[in-house]
Ligand binder design. Sequence first.
Ligand SMILES: [Zn+2]
Length: 94
Amino acid sequence: MSSHVDGNALAGTLSEVFRTDMTTAVCCCDGCGETTTLASEMVYGTHGIVVRCRSCDDVLITLVETPDRVVLSFPGVSSMSVERGPDAQSEGEY
Ligand SMILES: [Zn+2]
């Protein structure tokens, strides 16, 4: 396996897709059940990005950028939770 960086490397690309800082999202690995922030996971990439579980090495997320799209797949994530910002919390009150 080649060298990797941590999940903070995803911040720029994911900020183009999601309105919140996804590096603080909490992922649950479908393979081993490890639950941790995306920033803590292992990120590999040359032609696209592969995010692997730091505990069991399963592929959690793949990300491919084209000139006009970001293509995300979550093959190894059983759940992901994202903290709502103050704006979202007020929007949720009906
Ligand atoms: Zn795992």
